[in-house]
Design a protein around this ligand. Structure first.
Ligand code: ADP
Ligand code: MG
Length: 185
């Protein structure tokens, strides 16, 4: 039976769609016309041997690498992902295998690092409010630590949850984790 088509079709566009993405490094074709899509609420696992191109694809989605060919669409609209900050502004956040937290800064400072005063919607925050906002995000990820302590005092599993809280603070619609550890079982 033919599928019904109507005005709702547009709303059913995938949240994120990858079309024909190709990426070459010197001597290596890392990605060869990759297709992929996801919808809100879905959880996907990307599985493949070492060197298969998983991290390369995730870095492209996070704006860290530019594809040599292909298209990325957000809610049906083609987007150029030019930097990690710009991808995060569009709601795509990535947690790398190697964490990007700054050990000497507090949990709260790490969470809001990329959008501290003058850089975004948290520009109005004073320290107490920043700590409160951090506390709220830590509750959401189930991490019971003082947001004022330096990140270096946390265990790796706890640091990973800080990374998740940081992504949530940026209103991520797509959250990518490259090889999460046992922290997130
Ligand atoms: N920055 C880079 N420069 C050169 N080659 C790279 C770079 N990043 C990845 N590669 C190569 O691209 C291929 C895919 O790597 P990667 O995406 O890291 O695979 P995976 O994450 O699936 O293990 C590998 O052959 C790797 O050596
Ligand atoms: Mg990898």
């Amino acid at each position: 039976m033919p599928e019904k088509r109507g005005p709702l079709d547009e709303e059913q566009a995938p949240l994120l769609e990858v079309r024909g993405v190709t990426k070459r490094f010197p001597g290596v074709l890392a990605l060869d016309q990759v297709r992929f899509d996801l919808r809100a609420g879905e959880i996907h696992a990307l599985v493949g041997e070492n060197g298969a191109g998983k991290s390369t694809l995730m870095k492209i989605l996070a704006g860290a690498y530019r594809p040599d060919a292909g298209q990325i669409l957000l809610q049906g609209q083609p987007v150029a992902l030019t930097s990690p900050r710009q991808a995060a502004d569009l709601g795509i956040s990535i947690i790398y295998q190697e964490f990007t937290l700054l050990p000497a800064l507090s949990v709260a400072e790490n969470i809001f690092l990329s959008h501290l005063p003058g850089q975004g919607r948290y520009g109005w925050l004073n320290r107490r409010e920043m700590l409160q906002a951090a506390r709220h995000l830590l509750d959401r990820v189930g991490l019971d630590v003082d947001p004022a302590v330096p990140v270096r005092r946390l265990r790796v599993a706890q640091q990973q949850l800080v990374e998740v809280a940081k992504a949530l603070s940026r209103q991520a619609r797509v959250l990518i984790m490259d090889e999460p550890t046992a922290a997130l079982t």
